[in-house]
Design a protein around this ligand. Sequence first.
Ligand SMILES: Cc1cc2ncn([C@H]3O[C@H](COP(=O)(O)O)[C@@H](O)[C@H]3O)c2cc1C
Ligand SMILES: O=C(O)c1cccnc1
Length: 356
Amino acid sequence: MLEQSLLAILEEIKPKDETAMEEARKHWLNIAKPLFSLGKLENAVIDMAGMKGTCDYRIDKRGLLIFCADNGVVEEGVTQTGQEVTAIVADNFTKNATSVCHMANIAKANVIPIDIGMVVDVESITKKDLKVSYGTKNMTKEAAMTREEAVRAILIGIDSVKRCKEAGYDILATGEMGIGNTTTSSAIASLLLEKPVELVTGKGAGLTGEGFERKIQAIKKAIDLNKPDVSDPIEVLAKVGGLDIAGLVGVFLGGARYHIPVVIDGFICAVAALIASRINPVAREYMMPSHVSKEPAGQMLLKALELEPYITCDMCLGEGTGAVAVLPLLDMGLAVYRQMSTFADINIDNYEVFDE
Ligand SMILES: Cc1cc2ncn([C@H]3O[C@H](COP(=O)(O)O)[C@@H](O)[C@H]3O)c2cc1C
Ligand SMILES: O=C(O)c1cccnc1
């Protein structure tokens, strides 16, 4: 039943608008500067025109959707800190007191935390209708969640984009908070990228050598036990994923459905983006890269998504820090595109344009 609703939404996803993109391309060629000289920023502006269906747009109102959830696999000793940190940091999102809050202030992005599955309720955030469950199960012992829960979380993610669209948001950035979510992300990355667990697993928020070994073994055990069908991305998500990742999958699908660019943050968000693109390949057209996570699978995931990062800063913090970091860069690209004089304005004969 829920999956029918998801399928109906997926059918409404359309590719980017080629006409708008062509108009944006033409406008760049008229701007009085060396041709193609803003590189990826020019492409970003063109891509966003395609997503929004117009070459005349702004990205003034920006939101950072941060999905917060807990992961049962934390029981296996795969993290440096305890599960209680999820709720503490989540609460701090509302107090302008986390790393990403300080960065989002500079990028002028509104921080929007969503409790989709923390083990406790946090008064400042939790809304019962957005909470799928109180944490996932330990995936080394059973499936992390049911397929229905995964689909419900995806639908919540999609609906959050719909509500942002109604509230006038022009662009959305993605973020997450969930102790243990690099373990679930590595499990998914190993399956979807068909790479050995060792190659796609890193130290997350920090681990000793022993903890790192436990993390690798836990991921292998979870995969062996659950044996997800890799051709079914929702099954992979349900069996060895997390509710934060599931909500983010919905955000990427929602961006495509509601024509809003969605900026991918680091490792965890890129895993969600890859699942979304496996559910519906057209969704990829509405994804914007940001940085490349220092986690071992960071680069591999972007390659699988056929996206190139705008910045390489060796960041691996999560919360959406990488995604908000590129918003000022996109602003700069769009400022030149919208405000810069054309060759005609300053009386320069436009030269004949060849393809790059
Ligand atoms: C204080 C603190 C703040 C964070 N903010 C983001 N993360 C990041 O670390 C977590 C993933 O790493 P792992 O899988 O090793 O638990 C996620 O919550 C992620 O957003 C944090 C982690 C900590 C400890
Ligand atoms: O790149 C990320 O998203 C990341 C890496 C480690 C810990 N938290 C987030």
